[in-house]
Design a protein around this ligand. Sequence first.
Ligand SMILES: CC[C@@H](C(=O)O)C(=O)SCCNC(=O)CCNC(=O)[C@H](O)C(C)(C)COP(=O)(O)OP(=O)(O)OC[C@H]1O[C@@H](n2cnc3c(N)ncnc32)[C@H](O)[C@@H]1OP(=O)(O)O
Ligand SMILES: [Co+2]
Length: 136
Amino acid sequence: MFRRLDHVGIVVHDLEASIQTYCQQLGFTLLSRVSIPEQLVEAAFLDGGNSTIELIAPTDTTSGTARFLANRGEGTHHVCYEVDDIEAALKTLQERGLRLIDETPRRGVHGLVAFVHPKAAHGVMIELLQKDSHAH
Ligand SMILES: CC[C@@H](C(=O)O)C(=O)SCCNC(=O)CCNC(=O)[C@H](O)C(C)(C)COP(=O)(O)OP(=O)(O)OC[C@H]1O[C@@H](n2cnc3c(N)ncnc32)[C@H](O)[C@@H]1OP(=O)(O)O
Ligand SMILES: [Co+2]
């Protein structure tokens, strides 16, 4: 089902400051910086050398991301896996009894995304991504 690990999502207070830390001090390369109004976040994708991280900052105080930040502080927020067919993957996961946040995919930055509830995977939120380049 999972083709590869696509990115690790990290929630931060200040997107610009965290980009500077990861690029200037840790040597990551900024790939893109996007606003995702439907998720009430802004994000930056960085290349760490055959790996990608997504820095995410909430743009409001009501989203799950804002609550994550308020309750748990900055830190690892989700792990995203690429799938070939997100509809089929969600159906399989649902049949296996996993608690889904999204039963149908929504538009993400690089394709269709859906989230598995963190409680279903022992405290780690899993994001599924069907890249636009693999659209059926
Ligand atoms: C589309 C862009 C996309 C990309 O292209 O890559 C992104 O990655 S955008 C990322 C931001 N979007 C999301 O996170 C969407 C999915 N998230 C949600 O729907 C909600 O955040 C949630 C996971 C359902 C939680 O919402 P809610 O139940 O309202 O919040 P609570 O604060 O009450 O949390 C309940 C419970 O779950 C624990 N929790 C919450 N988030 C996480 C997390 N990321 N990892 C681990 N655990 C998490 C939280 O601690 C609570 O646990 P208890 O305190 O034990 O009850
Ligand atoms: Co993500």
